[in-house]
Write a protein that binds this ligand. Structure first.
Ligand code: NAI
Length: 332
């Protein structure tokens, strides 16, 4: 989705999320009000005409920060010198399609885009994979772009994180800005584990654990987890289309915090290459609690994990290991 002075790419400028995120980036929501941007928009040939239309609209909006727009169907041109790559492009899962069929369409796309990024993007390019299966697409991208530092390849679980914050805010009847430090562990799929054990809420008596204020442990262990895990499906059912504005906004949040830092005392969830923290297997892209400073993320260490959490964290890790095997079988 964006490029140049700050940089970027999108697989799928013409998709729902691409159309929502382009103006957000051009308005400075992702990289702040002082950062000019050049947008590189990528889509496939059948979308070329529509892509021209989006470029016209972006120019017509006369965004002060938007210095150039490159709309293209050439992946090499799209990746040229970008500093930030938001990967939205992919083949959607259609009704009746098995997950494996969906992966067999998407995994080769990420292999191709990995090579293009590796050869043509700026050497410090930060990559955010949004397209599903997000964690596994990011892993394939990492495997086929070995010269991009693994720390620079991430996937989006911030939407799930934001959904968790908002569920708690609704439940406790507070503003979403009063709640912090939920965690999404693992896969962006429905095996993810939304964890509020370490979350806090601002009250007139200072910060208090969410667990203390919501004395109904049953809600946090059941309805809360299910609602966050199933929120994407609930939106598809209601809207007859998948989440787009919330996904675009979460992608901006992810990049914003990665580049500009997380506020003191606050962490966010990001899908990152596992270093074995919390006894999670290495060699998968797993969502962890992270803090960001000076353009670098680091996993928050030392949080106490109870038995309930342990089982859920391991189950979503197992789901990712299975997905990785399917992805590799799609490439063979
Ligand atoms: P969409 O179907 O509206 O857009 C996808 C776009 O990708 C289309 O414009 C298509 O032409 C383009 N495309 C297909 N193959 C391409 C290729 N090889 N290179 C470049 N572009 C290509 O989908 P939408 O709603 O914008 O979602 C995008 C992706 O994000 C989907 O995979 C969706 O499942 C995923 N998603 C992930 C979320 C997350 O939290 N991680 C949340 C919401 C959606």
């Amino acid at each position: 989705a964006c490029g140049g002075l700050s940089g970027g790419v999108t697989g799928s400028a013409m998709g729902q999320i691409g159309y929502a995120i382009a103006p957000m980036i051009a308005r400075g929501i992702m990289l702040g009000p002082d950062q000019p941007v050049i947008l590189h928009l990528l889509d496939i040939a059948p979308a070329a005409e529509a892509l021209k239309g989006v470029k016209m609209e972006l120019l017509d909006a006369a965004f002060p920060l938007l210095k150039e727009v490159h709309a293209t169907t050439d992946v090499t041109e799209a990746c040229k010198d970008v500093n930030i790559a938001i990967m939205l492009g992919g083949f959607p899962r259609k009704e009746g399609m098995e997950r494996k069929d969906m992966m067999s369409k998407n995994v080769p796309i990420y292999k191709e885009q990995a090579s293009a990024l590796e050869e043509h993007a700026a050497s410090d390019c930060k990559v955010l994979v949004v397209a599903n299966p997000a964690n596994t697409n990011a892993l394939i991208l990492k495997e086929f772009a070995p010269s991009i530092p693994e720390k620079n390849i991430t996937c989006l679980t911030r939407l799930d994180h934001n959904r968790a914050l908002s569920q708690i805010a609704e439940r406790l009847k507070v503003y979403v800005t009063d709640v912090k430090n939920v965690i999404i562990w693992g896969n962006h799929s429905s095996s993810q584990y939304p964890d509020a054990n370490h979350a806090t809420v601002a009250t007139t008596n200072g910060e208090r654990p969410v667990k203390e204020l919501d004395t109904n442990d049953h809600w946090l262990k059941n309805e809360f987890i299910n609602t966050v895990q199933q929120r994407g499906a609930a939106i598809i059912k209601a809207r007859k289309a998948s989440s787009a504005l919330s996904a675009a906004s979460a992608a901006c949040d992810h990049m914003h915090d990665w580049v500009l830092g997380t506020p003191k005392g606050t962490w966010v969830s990001m899908g990152v290459y596992s270093d074995g923290s919390y006894e999670i297997p290495k060699d998968i892209i797993y969502s962890f609690p992270v803090k960001c400073e000076k353009g670098k993320w680091s996993i928050v260490k030392g949080l106490k994990i109870d038995e309930f959490s342990r089982a859920k964290m391991d189950a979503t890790a197992k789901d990712l290991i299975d997905e990785k095997e399917v992805a590799h079988s799609c490439l063979n």
